[in-house]
Design a protein around this ligand. Sequence first.
Ligand code: GTP
Ligand code: MG
Length: 200
Amino acid sequence: LFSGPIDFLKSAPQLQHLPDPTVPEIAFAGRSNVGKSSLINAVTNRNKLARASNTPGRTQELNYFDVGRDPLVFRLVDMPGYGFAEAPKDMVKRWRFLINDYLRGRQVLKRALVLIDARHGLKDVDRDVMKMLDDAAVSYHLVLTKADKVKPTELDKTLEIIRAEAAKHPAAHPLILPTSSETGAGLPELRTAILEAVLQ
Ligand code: GTP
Ligand code: MG
């Protein structure tokens, strides 16, 4: 599926612009600049499907990508980042509502991927999102990004800490996935996890 057709569908600035909920959706969530858009490109093997940038706050709407064409099989959703303190307040508020409402209320959302920068580990905003997903009973994977930026021993330590914390969250999947969009590390495992979530 990842080597077949994948098409940009639309950008949804508000919930009323979401496509009809006809196929499973997998959402990429996480703090600003954590690497959501880059990981969508890496996992789909496309360079410029999603717009990535060094400037936090690049993705401002829910961007939808169709995986499979006749038949359409599932959709990937690139989300705006949360926890971006420097953005204008009304923008931060708008994004928070969009992110929360989408994650809490989307029937076809099969799994959320909560991306965590391997250098920084879990932050309080991540814990807030995890708690919200627990409460809404939306199952999610914690995915470490930018694994190429840390030493293997440091990565192991971070994984250990996050595993212990995830164990306390009812909707968190026990498998934590370290990835790198730069080196391609962890991408096969991530593709498998996505397909499992879609087909389950
Ligand atoms: P927003 O849309 O602003 O919330 O950001 P985002 O989470 O979509 O991040 P994006 O994919 O735009 O990447 C942010 C920056 O991190 C870019 O400069 C990327 O090149 C860089 N980056 C993303 N993934 C990796 C990675 O695995 N390794 C390294 N070294 N850099 C990465
Ligand atoms: Mg982005």
